[in-house]
Design a protein. Structure first.
Length: 219
């Protein structure tokens, strides 16, 4: 089809105002408001461009080149705008340990974990128990209250102040991410291990803050 179009010879070339008018008219078509995919919309626009070019005796080779340029520009802009937005949403909001509207206390989260364990829902038990650990660290001011914090961020920040349980915190964070976002199965042993980690974290005492001024000892 395209090879046949390219062999056509017609004398009239589209000027810049005509090309802009075509683009505006095509993109304002109601079809663009029906939720169709970007590829479908571009295909309809391209076919409409060829039809107009044929009706107005425009050189179809120039019309094809112009359409391809517009197509490349639109795709480049769409990727530049949508790509980073999807990436930020995927890595930040989606992987948060606690939702911004989750106002439950550490004790309430622990009770939810215990209730899930009692009915054999180990998936929920593991997630709620780790959340109770993070909320408990916030209540102890080991962590500041910050919505959207990921498991990795929580365990790294808390581990810097609770050096004795830093390794356990890191492993607990990886377990949470694996169960919540990696489709890893959770079992009774996971919940039992996390119970032990929660107890160890609750008993740990924060070390001196990094960068704190240490008083000199007289000699």
């Amino acid at each position: 089809m395209l090879s046949a179009l390219l062999r056509l010879e017609v004398p009239v070339d589209p000027d810049a105002p005509t090309a802009r008018r075509w683009a505006v008219e095509e993109l304002a078509d109601p079809l663009y408001q029906k939720g169709e995919s970007l590829l479908t919309r571009l295909w309809r626009w391209l076919m409409g461009l060829f039809e107009r070019a044929s009706q107005q005796q425009v050189d179809l080779r120039l019309a094809l080149v112009g359409a391809l340029v517009v197509l490349l520009v639109v795709l480049a802009v769409a990727f530049w705008v949508a790509g980073p937005v999807r990436l930020r949403r995927r890595t930040a909001a989606v992987r948060a340990v606690l939702d911004a509207d989750d106002g439950r206390t550490g004790a309430q989260l622990q009770a939810a974990a215990d209730a899930a364990a009692a009915r054999g829902d180990w998936h929920t038990a593991v997630l709620e128990r780790f959340r109770s650990v993070v909320r408990g660290l916030e209540e102890r001011t080991v962590l500041d209250e910050r919505p959207g914090r990921t498991a990795h961020e929580a365990t790294v920040e808390a581990g810097a102040r609770l050096a004795d349980v830093a390794d356990e915190l890191g492993a607990a964070g990886r377990l949470f991410d694996g169960v919540a976002y990696g489709d890893e199965p959770a079992g009774e042993r996971d919940d039992a291990w996390l119970r032990d980690v929660a107890a160890r974290v609750a008993a740990a005492r924060p070390s001196r803050a990094v960068g704190a001024v240490v008083e000199a000892v007289p000699r």
